[in-house]
Every structure is written in C-alpha cells, then in structure tokens.
Design a protein around this ligand. Sequence first.
Ligand code: DGJ
Length: 730
Amino acid sequence: MRKELFAASLCASFCLTAASGQAPVRISTHETDLILSVAPNGRLYQTYLGKRLANEADLVHLTYNTQGGSDASSPARGWEAYPGSGAEDYFEPALAITHNDGNMTTILSFVSSETKKIDDNVTETVIYLQDKVYPVEVALRYVAYGRENILKSWSEIRHREKKPVTLWRYASNMLYFERAAYHLVEFNGDWAKEVQMSAQELQFGKKVIETKLGSRAAMHAHPFFELGLDGPPRENGGSVLLGTIGWTGNFQFTFEVDHAGNLRLLSGINPYASAYELKPGEVFTTPEFIFTLSDEGRGQASRNIHNWARRYQLKDGQGDRLTLLNNWEATGFNFDEQKLEQLMKEAKTLGVDMFLLDDGWFANKYPRANDRAGLGDWDVNRAKLPGGIPHLVQAAEDAGVKFGLWIEPEMVNPKSELFENHPDWVIHQPNRQTYYYRNQLVLDLANPKVQDYVFGIVDKIMTENPTLAYFKWDCNSPVTNVYSPYLKEKQNQLYVDHVRGVYNVFERVKEKYPNLPMMLCSGGGARCDYEAMKYFTEFWCSDNTDPVERLYIQWGFSQFFPSKAMAAHVTSWNKKTSIKFRTDVAMTCKLGFDISLQEMEEKELSYCRDAVANYNRLKDVILDGDLYRLVSPYETNHTAVMHVAQNRDKAVLYTYDIYPRFGEKLLPVKLEGLDASKTYRVEEINLMPGSRSRLAGNGKTYTGDYLMKAGLNVFTTSSTNSRVIEITQQ
Ligand code: DGJ
C-alpha cells in the first residue's frame, strides 16, 4: 500500500476557483482516450471513453452527459468522475464518508490537475478534488501505457477534520458507458475448478462480482472481468474492455445499468464489513484498477495486458523462468532424505532446472505429517530430514539442480508451538466456537509484530541457505472466525489492514531478495491479482492438473496473464491421457513436473526429456512471445493456441483434440500473428520416440499469408491427442 502524501499539497486559497474554462483532462494511450472535463458547476465529469480521438480541437465538442442543469447554481446529474454520496446522483457512489458532525454527504469539486511524462511510453496524471464544505481531499491518479494500451487508475483520500472520519465507500475508479447493450464475462471458481468462464447480458439494475474471503480471496470469484460493448466479447474483433483490480483481498466490481440504459462500473476494495476510520492527515490509498479497451476483440486485449505485465508489473517480468520437478503429487507428506535425493536425481535426468520441496518438511513438537499440525513451526523436521535444509540444498547441487522450498507463512495450525505461544497473533473469535478451514487459522497480519515474524521466516531460511533458489508461497485458508486480537474495537479495519500487512511482508522480502523467484499459490489459483504479482514471478493456476481440465483453466487465466506467469505441471492426474498429451498441455505455460519418473516407461521418459529440451530451446517464444488463442475449447471439441516471437521469425503452435465425435467434420486452423510476406517451415516436434509425424505438410514451407488464410489441417478425431508444431521463418 503506497504511503506517499499527495504530491502537491492542496493550498486553501487556490481551492475551488478553477472550473469553467478549464481544459479537459486527457488521459491517453496510443489507442484509447479517457477524457474528464470540468463543468461550469466546478465538478469533474467523464466526457469520453473510447477510441483515441485524432484531433485535440475536437475535444470542445464533448458534452457532460448530464441531466438537469450544469451551471454553477444548479448541479448536474451526470457522469461524475468520482461521485460522492448524498449528492443529486442516486446511484452507487465512489466515495462515502461520515464526517465529524455526523453528516454523510461528500461533494467533490475540481481543484487542479497535472500530467507528467515518465518516458516515451508512460504518462502519469493526477487530478486533485476537494469538498467545499468539509476539508476532504481526493487525488485521482492515472497511469497510461501508450504502446500497451493499458490504463491504471486509483484514488487517494485524506482529510483535515478534527477527529477521524469514517470511510464507508472508497472505490478505486468509476467508469461510464453508453451502448446499446453490455455483455459481461465473469470468472468463477473453486478448488480445482478455477476460472470457469460464463457470459451474460447485463440488464437494468446491479450485478456485483465480489469476494468476502479475506485471504484465499479469489477462490470463488477471480478479480477480473471482460465487458463486451457491442455484443458478447469475441476473440478477434469487437469492442471489449478487460478490467482487473490489484488487491489480494476482498474486492468488488459493481456493474449498474441505470434507468437510461447507461452502464456505471465501480471497481475497488469490497467495503463489506470494512467502514474505515481515517485519521486527519492520513492517506487512504485504494488499489489499482487496471484496464484496456480494445476494438479488436479480447485476443488483442489479452496481448495488451500480457505485454504490459511482462514489462511493468510482474516480478522479473522480462527475465527467465526455472523449469522444475515438484514432489507434492509424487510423495505428499510421505518422504525422507533418501526419497528426496532420488527425486533430485530424477530432476536432473529430466533436464529441468530445479527440485522443489513441497509441504511436510517442518515442525518437531507437532510434526507436519499431515495437514492437521505443524503450520507455523518453520524448523525442519529432524526425524524426517536430519541434515536440515542445508543438506538438501547441497544434495540438489550435487545432483546438478537448484533447490526450492514450499512455505505457507501466513497460517497456523492450532496444533503448533506458534499457536501455543502466541494465540494473540491469530485471527480467531475470543468468545465463539472456532471453525477451521483445512484445520488451520490465519495469522493476524494487521499486527506489525506478526508481520516481522512472517518476514523472519523467509529471512531466516535465506540467511541460513543463501543459495536456495526459489519459494512456493502458499495460502490455503480464507480468513475465518473474523476477529483480530490486535485491532480490538476496530474490527471493521481487519480486512483492509490484513492485506496491507501482507503487502508489508511481500515488500520487505522483495527488497531484501530482489532476485529470488517465487511462485504464488493459494490452494491452487485463488490468489491471482496484479498487486501480488509485483512480488511473484509466477502463480500456481490450479491443483487440478488433469490436462483436459487444464486446457480450460489455462484458457481462462490466459485472458489476463502471460504464459510466463502461469505455472503448469505434468502430473498423474488423468492417467488415461498419454504423458505426451499431459506434457503438451503444460508446455504452453511455465513448465514443471510433479510426478515420479519411476511411473514412466523408458520411452515416456525419453519423450519428456526431449520435450524439456524443446521447451528450453523455444523458451523465448513461449514465455515472451505474443499469445494467439485460435480455437476455443468452450466452442468446439478441440482447442489450439500459438505463441509468436516478437520479431515474428518463430512461432509454436499447440493443437489438442479433446473428445471429438465419431466422423466429426474437421476444419483447418488458421494461424495468426505471422508475417504474411515471409516464408515459414512447419515441423511437428514433441513426437513419441519411434513415431513419425502424420501432420499433412510436415516439413514443408508456406507463406505466412497462406498459413493465416488457408491454415493447416492439424486436428484429428482421436481423443486427447495433441500436436506441438514449430514454425520457423526461412
Ligand atoms: C495447496 C497447493 O495448491 C498444492 O500445490 C500443495 O502445495 C498443497 N497446498 C500443500 O499443502
């Protein structure tokens, strides 16, 4: 959470005089304009959001879309940029405050704005607003990324009343749309069922997407959406807005279609049970709402976000990623040094970069032999691992791979020394029966002492094992038994202060260990927001590694996340499918394995080694290329995606037959993103040893034009069949 004060302090004499005559504030990417204008009444309205306008001179034609007057004496009911409560607008407000005298209204007037060019691509704009009657000030902040066509927006709220005020609504951003219809795609989920996509047309009234889960926050609703503005979102073509909020806790998107058929979109922290007491002079910074508006469909919108994330948001967004072998699916809690050393050797045999030790390595008084005990006691279990972590790091090095470690440092089992010694560090009810989610409770990260403790877990492991190469950071429980012993009578701040505490820890880890790659995990993919991803190189999409299910899950997450941020492992889920199919599915993301090589036949192992070698050879294209989703698993019995290198000299095409019908009609797949004027060689790779490609045209050269217009016949009528095809410019 940013703590900086407003860049320019709001001088009382300057305030409240601006307004009419003020030039519109123009926030632009190369493709999009968001224009906010000051009406004669001195207030700020959205006057345009759409394709970038070619002529600055045309801005004078923009109108306020108000109902009622808009002169100084008669307030305008309209598209106010950041509407306060209790004014003439009767819809959900962006900001609501109970002032010291009990008054619940806030009306903000424009004070000033400034725009700063950060470099040739990024522009920052801040707009200062103030209430004329109460000393409340709001800064609306916007960052525009020109080439990536991304806008980020958030607000900062402060006041100078004598005593604290209560904030009960504090949106990051508000946007308005005037279209014939609005089609929303939302992403719901559960454990092993992440990012299920569903679409609906918005009708009069409100549709809310939100979570109240606190820590494993995105388990049932993911913090992003797609909004079709001229029909349901399509892959190629059509106007669509993709939006997401950077908040690793309770979030809320409110879509309100009003009586006039216009849509109001509010994004921010979920204010549920979170009326926040703000002290005089303190700044309340809301999370970033990040969005892109595309006129070329959701495919281009996704690529905008991927490019932006790699360049500006993900931890080490432009860096490499480590392939790995994890032990969770192969051993569960049941391992010892010998078994792990065997797996480390297997990692080397596979050709991956690292061995990752999962849950079950710690705690002595209450050993972590299952998920009922030990969480919180981060000393290595001496019975299982007498040599400790240093021995394992060394054993991995001896085997020729790096070593990574699983932790879940925000949580505690009641059966732990941590709980015995510090029950006051745990979110739980003092006077009610305790409810346990996965037998565990959430540490009270609003408490600075607990923040120190959690940071200390990572710091101690790293200090003792400086060559440890990676952490998988898990979070398996929502906030339950909602009561913070630290916040005492200020329980309404728990949900917000808890997340700020989590960020405090993330920030300290990143500051001290800037080059340490980390995977974000939350019982699968229940933490997947762009604020957390500033601190993590990748996230675990789902415990569901059945390759068929993964095709849908990866399709869903790819709407918002680049391939290098999405961890995908080859496991024994759905053993009815071949190891080739399972690997070809995981190949499109950040590849890993979580399987014992003992289960594989010689030719399967040989296939996997080849696939890892191909992955390493093509890593630049897979992790940093543009993603094109060619055929949707939601619409057919097949699916296909491809990565195209930024310079378009190389591409990788992945095609999957899921459960085709007998004698089904098969259509060619038209490629995308290639250079039409160039010639490319098409070659199937990732073949099982001893088998040859049956791809028609394998080894032939084609023009990009042909591949994109006529396409390739890649699909078959075999169930769970896959192909990986390398496309190389000649
Ligand atoms: C949930 C994660 O999603 C799994 O990958 C594994 O790490 C378990 N937790 C360990 O308890």
